[in-house]
Design a protein around this ligand. Structure first.
Ligand SMILES: Cc1ncc(COP(=O)(O)O)c(C=O)c1O
Length: 386
């Protein structure tokens, strides 16, 4: 309870944040690095000593971000976030054909609206034979884009296999690793991608900064032209403060990957308790390999919007499984692609944990979720009886 609230006799509400896939809290290391960067002046393109110091800070950050993937630092192109990185990959690689999985983030799907869609199975996993067939059917130079882990379900794709199929057909492979970074160990050569997307705010850095990592010799056509920054791959004075925060967050995230073993145990306990409380509840993508922190839970008969609002009133913050970026809930293309019907999809929420999530957070969620479930069940039993 805060001092002021206590004096006024108001009980402080417990707030539980279980929406880490939307954005993660800023890490203290990132805040400290950003505040140090804010205190400095210098354009990395300037030749004088302050400019050179700024350049050194950017190159240090480049190495730190590359290390998260074990990729070459010179391949890291700093951009304004995951959305821009995905656009740069899809539009800048200069391929005639683009193929994307049906469960990609909108920043991939909308970058090239005419891209061919690679279907997924009922668990949300890309069907490798379908990709092979699509690529073999058209000899034009292609780029394949498949995410490492899905933002709504946490389902992890067999990206090494997908990369091998793409390369065997002469295609480039881009992997959006925005959700996976910091939650599972990453290795650029194991992923097998030519291009990898990262975003700082999903791993405890600030929003508005990210990277496209080029793992080989690939030439990119810049989306933004002007100065020669980022080896002519992205013009504009570097966002020094954001880049410093990104690097500090990447180092901290890389060092504490093992914490996600504990997060996985918490997530599994949450799902087991949900199943015990409500036998109709469904966890989507549960049979597939998944991120350790994500759970897409359907409470049939209760819309996701109702759940998100009711849980928020109880101090628990989660997201609707459906995209809700404009305040308007639209059916989730991810769940649709998995063959989930509109009723189940419309009643699915995304619960996403993070490195500081605790047993108390899970208990709070379960209290609020179970109370809502019972209210809705009693209401529908009452309505049927009336
Ligand atoms: C899988 C995935 N890719 C890309 C993005 C976009 O990243 P940013 O918010 O940095 O533009 C997101 C953000 O939600 C995401 O989940």
């Amino acid at each position: 309870m805060s001092g002021g609230a206590a004096r006024h006799g108001i009980m402080a509400r417990t707030e539980t944040y279980l929406d880490w896939n939307a954005t993660a809290p800023l890490r203290p290391e990132a805040a400290a690095a950003m505040s140090a960067a804010l205190a400095r002046c210098g354009n990395p393109s300037s030749v004088h000593r302050w400019g050179r110091a700024a350049r050194q800070a950017v190159e240090h950050a480049r190495s730190a971000v590359a290390a998260l993937l074990d990729a070459p630092p010179e391949g890291v192109v700093f951009v304004s976030g995951g959305t821009e990185a995905n656009h740069l990959a899809l539009l800048g690689a200069g391929r005639d054909r683009v193929l994307v999985s049906a469960v990609e983030h909108d920043s991939v799907l909308r970058a090239v609206p005419e891209a061919e869609r690679i279907p997924v199975d009922r668990e949300g996993i890309v069907v490798p034979e379908a990709l092979d067939r699509l690529l073999a059917a058209d000899p034009r130079p292609a780029l394949v884009s498949v995410m490492l882990a899905n933002n709504e379900t946490g389902v992890v794709q067999p990206v090494a296999e997908i990369a091998a199929i793409a390369h065997a057909n002469g295609a480039l492979f881009h992997c959006d690793a925005v959700q996976a970074a910091g939650k599972i160990a990453l290795d650029a050569s194991a992923i097998g991608a030519d291009l990898v997307t990262l975003s700082a705010h999903k791993l405890g850095g600030p929003p508005g900064v990210g990277a496209l990592v080029v793992t080989g010799e690939l030439e990119l056509t810049p989306l933004l032209r002007g100065g020669g920054q980022e080896r002519r791959r992205r013009a504009g004075t570097e966002n020094l403060v954001g880049i410093a925060g990104f690097a500090a967050a990447a180092i901290a995230a890389g060092e504490e990957i093992a914490v996600y073993d504990r997060v996985r145990a918490l997530r599994n306990a949450l799902e087991a308790d949900v199943a015990e409380a409500a036998s109709e509840a469904v966890v989507l993508g549960a049979a597939a390999p998944r991120l350790p922190n994500t759970s897409a839970i359907a409470m049939p008969g209760v819309t996701a919007e109702t759940q998100v609002i009711a849980l928020d009133l109880d101090g628990v913050m989660v997201s609707a499984g459906a995209a809700c970026s404009s305040g308007k809930v639209v059916p989730s293309h991810v769940l649709e692609a998995m063959g989930v019907g509109p009723d189940l999809a419309g009643s699915t929420i995304r619960v996403s944990l993070g490195s500081t999530s605790s047993e108390a957070d899970i208990a709070h969620f379960l209290r609020a979720w179970t109370a809502l479930y019972r209210r809705c069940r009693d209401f529908s039993v009452g309505a049927r009886a009336a």
